[in-house]
Ligand binder design. Structure first.
Ligand SMILES: Cc1cc2nc3c(=O)[nH]c(=O)nc-3n(C[C@H](O)[C@H](O)[C@H](O)COP(=O)(O)OP(=O)(O)OC[C@H]3O[C@@H](n4cnc5c(N)ncnc54)[C@H](O)[C@@H]3O)c2cc1C
Length: 589
């Protein structure tokens, strides 16, 4: 009986059509990075196609709240791009690439000017200057913003500009493979999540802007099915390498329930406005970790403190701590923390003016990513570029709040130009039928999988493993156990069942998400094991000190495992500006 159904399934699968399209530059990802690059290409007059696996207006970038950095000097005239660079390098625990940092800090004002040109509504002072606020470990006020929805406003502006330029954007294309021949890109393969149509896209150059890899911890500020490590797998299988995949920033305050929204961010503004952290015993536990700054301590310290309370048995029954706002005046909460108020009502029906929020550290941002050259974000695969959270080089072991959004703007422009240049000078391109056949075959094979393992269950197994073995604090025993657990999960992955139906091919997309997460998890565990030190976001309980000998980037590839890559030295003009920055009264979203 079931065999009969499978045969029918298989016939149907073989009849799914394949669409072939061509473009000069293909952009994978329609978040801030991808759209900015596509806009640059279109403005140059280059043929460009952008594809994403979720609607462009709803990309992860739209979640960003706090702001975007540039030393515009609208509030503090002593600021400079050099000081922005110095603050970024200090916050990266000296793992950021100084050239990348310089390019972003120097190009940031242009990035903001571009957004203004696209019609972005920044918050402004009465005299019309763009307002800039203090954010994290910045020496000066240099974070521009639009209310507490900066990312949404950026995304809207980029979508609007793409519409004006009539850029081709496909919102439901899942890219499964980047196609290469002889280490040179010739396009990508994928399918339509809605109707399963396979897509063979020929392109001279490919810009990978498909986000990071933080959705495979149990609690994460990424929503379902985003940041599943797609960029990492796509790049690595095409022949590129990853840099510092172990460096993942944990934000101190993510929600715990409901399960499918676990990790939703509770803005640091909640602590900034006077929120108090307590453990299950009712103790204000920050007294133990940072008695001076208490709840206003740095993000990594608060995350580590909450984690320690939970680990040592003083956590709530659900494995969290309490963030209490109920002592604040209701009007203050409604006026200054509207998103926190609204979010908690929506996800838990909890009124934060009366009851505390149960929170725990949440995986938030991938500092590591695809290895790229600082000047143009090209990879070691000819014609393949990577940008945004998919890439690496700017943030090192800790991201300076507000630097991610500006990175999208600066490198979106530069990489758009570089890809256009590459395409214009490409004298010939050889394609590989074998590469196309292989990509097509993997989809067909997956669609014909009728195994007993459920993809969602295995995704959950990876999330459990990463949380228990490679969370806020790591050690050798746990990481090795994590790798052993991953081996078993990968064995089970060979027996999955895929069940697309009339509603769509999401099941197939989840299977690829799972593949990407498994590869990215392996890279993360192996690099975390290799980084035998504590530095920034990376806490090793068995190596609690920072090791000067480990001031290197860990570069990971399928073929060669991990190699140590020295970090360029900081130019003297920047080095002399590096100093301790007081965090008093500042927030670090
Ligand atoms: C709650 C929150 C608040 C934040 N606040 C700030 C802030 O104040 N300041 C700051 O600088 N940063 C902030 N960040 C970080 C910042 O928002 C992100 O790092 C940034 O937006 C990433 O942009 P991106 O374009 O690289 O990727 P994304 O916006 O994640 O876009 C990735 C794109 O790739 C597509 N994609 C992925 N896989 C595939 C595939 N296989 N096939 C096809 N398409 C694919 C997706 O559909 C999407 O279009 C915040 C993040 C969160 C979650």
């Amino acid at each position: 009986m079931s065999g009969c159904i499978h045969n029918l399934d298989d016939m149907w699968i073989n009849n799914i059509k394949e669409q072939q399209i061509s473009t000069s530059v293909l952009v994978i990802g329609t978040g801030g990075a991808g759209l900015r690059a596509a806009i640059e290409l279109a403005e140059i007059g280059m043929d460009v196609l952008a594809v994403g696996k979720r609607p462009r207006h709803d990309a992860h970038t739209s979640l960003a709240a706090g702001g975007i950095n540039a030393s515009l000097r609208t509030m503090d005239e002593n600021d400079s791009w050099q000081q922005h660079a110095a603050d970024t390098i200090k916050e990266s625990y000296y793992l950021a690439d100084p050239t990348t940092v310089e390019i972003v800090a120097k190009g940031a004002a242009q990035g903001i000017a571009d957004l203004e040109r696209y019609g972005m509504e920044f918050a402004r002072e009465d005299d019309g200057r763009i307002s800039q606020r203090f954010f994290g470990a910045h020496t000066f006020r240099r974070t521009a913003f639009a209310g507490d929805y900066t990312g949404l406003e950026i995304q809207r502006s980029l979508v609007r500009r793409s519409q004006q330029l009539d850029i081709s954007i496909l919102d439901t294309i899942y890219v499964t493979d980047i196609l290469t021949h002889d280490n040179r890109v010739f396009g990508a393969y994928g399918f339509d999540i809605g109707n399963g149509t396979k897509y063979l896209i020929h392109a001279d150059a490919v810009i990978l802007a498909a986000g990071g890899h933080n959705r495979f911890w149990r609690r994460t500020s990424s929503r379902r099915d985003e940041n599943t490590g797609d960029s990492f797998r796509l790049a690595v299988e095409a022949g590129a390498r990853l840099r510092d995949p172990e460096l993942v920033q944990f934000h101190p305050s993510g929600t715990i329930e409901p399960e499918d929204a676990a990790g939703t961010l509770i803005s640091e503004a909640a602590r900034g406005e006077g929120g108090i952290l307590r453990n299950a015993l009712g103790e204000r536990f920050m007294e133990r970790y940072d008695p001076e700054r208490m709840e206003l301590s740095t993000r990594d310290r608060v995350a580590l403190a909450a984690y320690t309370e939970i680990q040592q048995g003083r956590g709530t029954p659900n494995g969290g701590v309490w963030l209490d706002l109920s002592h604040l005046r209701r009007e203050i909460i409604l006026e200054r923390l509207p998103r926190v108020y609204q979010t908690m009502l929506e996800v838990q029906m909890l009124d934060v003016t009366r009851e505390p929020i149960e929170i725990a550290p949440t995986a938030h941002y991938s500092m590591g990513g695809v290895w790229v050259r600082p000047e143009d974000h090209s990879t070691e695969v000819e014609g393949l570029f990577a940008i945004g959270e998919a890439s690496s080089g700017l943030h090192g072991a800790n991201r300076l709040g507000g630097n991610s959004l500006i990175e999208l703007l600066v490198f979106g422009r530069i990489v758009g130009q570089a890809a256009a240049e590459y395409s214009s000078h490409l004298s010939e391109q050889i394609r590989s039928e074998a590469a196309v056949a292989s990509a097509r075959q993997v989809i067909n094979r997956l669609l014909a999988s009728h195994g007993t393992e459920n993809v969602r269950t295995l995704q959950r197994a990876i999330r459990d493993m990463m949380t228990e073995n490679a969370g806020v604090v790591r050690n050798e025993t746990g990481l090795k156990e994590g790798l052993a657990r991953l081996d078993k999960i990968e064995e089970r992955m060979s027996n999955i069942g895929i069940h697309p139906d009339i509603a769509g091919f999401q099941d197939l997309a989840h299977a690829y998400d799972l593949k990407s997460s498994a590869l990215s998890a392996r890279a993360t565990l192996e690099a975390a094991l290799e980084r035998r030190e504590t530095r920034g976001c990376h806490n090793r309980s068995d190596f609690p000190e920072t090791d000067a000998g480990m001031q290197v980037n860990l570069v990971w590839s399928l073929e060669n495992g991990i190699t140590h890559e020295p970090v360029e030295s900081v130019p003297p003009e920047i080095d002399k500006l590096i100093r301790e920055v007081s965090l008093e009264g500042k927030l670090v979203e």
